[in-house]
Design a protein around this ligand. Structure first.
Ligand code: CS2
Ligand code: MG
Length: 402
């Protein structure tokens, strides 16, 4: 079973997605998500110019060998562009392997370990009263876990509060828009938000919050301690994660669980946080952390250290990534939660898929492979639109983490 063709499809049904489609000499096809928000064309070019020519003629069944060939063969190892490109190839080859075996991919990963994949949605609004309404809407939709993000009084805009309610697109202009940030305003506001949510919805709804890399360790320690009465499932990305020993300081001051890793792209990025149990959930994804083959290595390392999965699942990760994620989520022993920020109807039409939402959980399809595809004719109707993520600044103009 040789790789006969590999195509990179860039499409923009409301937002940009990059997809790799591999076809074998006996007509089997597989797809892999290669979307990197704000840097889509870098990955498309990496694949088209540097990877696809080397794939033609390779044995499509040799997934691990191809992964090592692309990882070690790059010489310049790791990084979001390289690992997203490798992820797309890996994912597409697992899709093909499932089709060749006549099985959904999760059956090749050890079968089901649970009935469904519990997901969380995003309740976001400018004010606390509005976000209470949104939390109620998600619970009525059947969600058992809800991420809560509000505006910050005194700030015009902030991360996580978008114009849409079911999906969120932060890459909102061809060049970065600029937002202002105030940590003191934020730290004084968030505990009250969760007090109100707990007061309204009681103790059992799983609540999450994304700090989005904006604090220092001692500020994160203060926030975590202030949120302990509200028993969050996790506080996400409290600080930029380059200095991993910095998480020791957060751990010394708070029992609020921590979730980190959506920007990580290899097991090496995760190793210290996992091995020192400095986090409770690892948020790495199929699309940005080297595909199914590498992500399950990360989850296996996590399982040794009481760390559960909590994969990123924002709108800017395509339905191809979501479909692949569910095959891992349903099979690994240490599943935690899966983020499920929905896609627009236009996106769902470009990426027909089997997974479905029911009773607070996503369920992967039973079709051989990953149960997702790309409608290339429809995709061609949505040409690429330049879009970049915002740049954040403190109120004195200092550039800050977005
Ligand atoms: C966020 C994302 O979903 C999340 O947890 O961190 O919305 C993130 O900001 C975007 O995926 C960036 O493109
Ligand atoms: Mg996040």
């Amino acid at each position: 079973m040789k790789i006969a063709d590999a195509r990179v499809v860039v499409t923009c049904p409301g937002r940009n997605f990059v997809t790799l489609k591999i076809t074998t000499d006996d007509g089997l096809t597989g797809v892999g998500d290669a979307t990197l928000n704000g840097r889509e064309l870098a990955v498309a070019s990496y694949l088209t110019e540097h990877v696809v020519p080397a794939l033609i003629g390779r044995d499509a069944a040799r997934i691990e060998d191809t992964w090592q060939y692309l990882y070690k063969g790059a010489y310049w190892r790791r990084g979001p562009v390289t690992m997203t490109a490798i992820a797309a190839v890996d994912t597409a080859l697992w899709d093909i392997k499932g089709k060749a075996a006549g099985l959904p991919v999760y059956q090749l990963l050890g079968g089901r370990s649970r009935d469904g994949v519990t997901v969380y949605g995003h309740a976001n609004a400018e004010t606390v009263d509005e976000v209470l309404t949104e939390v109620g809407r998600y619970t009525e939709l059947g969600y058992r876990a809800v991420r809560v993000q509000t505006g910050v009084p005194g700030l015009d805009a902030t991360y996580g509060v978008g114009k849409d309610k079911l999906f969120y697109e932060p890459a909102d202009a061809a060049l970065p828009t600029e937002t202002a940030w105030s940590t003191p305003h934020y730290l004084s506001h968030v505990p009250e938000v969760f007090r109100r949510v707990r007061e309204e919805f009681g103790p059992h709804l799983q609540l999450l919050h994304d700090v989005h890399h904006r604090l220092t360790p001692i500020e994160a320690a203060r926030l975590g301690a202030s949120l302990e009465p509200y028993a969050l499932t996790w506080m996400e990305d409290p600080v930029p994660a380059e200095l991993q020993e910095g998480f020791r300081l957060i751990r010394q001051h708070t029992t609020t669980p921590l979730a980190v890793g959506e920007v990580f792209n290899s097991i090496w990025d995760c190793r210290q946080l996992i091995q020192e149990q400095l986090i409770d959930y690892i948020r790495t994804t199929v699309v940005h952390a080297g595909g199914i083959s590498h992500l399950r290595r990360i989850f296996d390392l996590a399982a040794l250290h009481h760390v559960r999965s909590g994969s990123h699942g924002a709108t800017d990760l395509s339905p191809v990534c979501m479909a692949a994620a569910l095959h891992l989520d349903i099979s690994i022993p240490n599943f935690g939660l899966q983020e499920y920020m929905r896609h627009t109807p236009e996106t769902d039409a470009v990426f027909p898929h089997d997974y479905r939402f029911e009773d607070g959980m996503l369920h992967p399809g039973e079709r051989p492979g990953l149960g997702v595809d790309i409608d290339e004719d429809l995709a061609a109707q949505y040409p690429y639109q330049p879009a970049q993520l915002p740049v954040n600044r403190l109120q004195d103009g200092t550039v800050h983490s977005w």
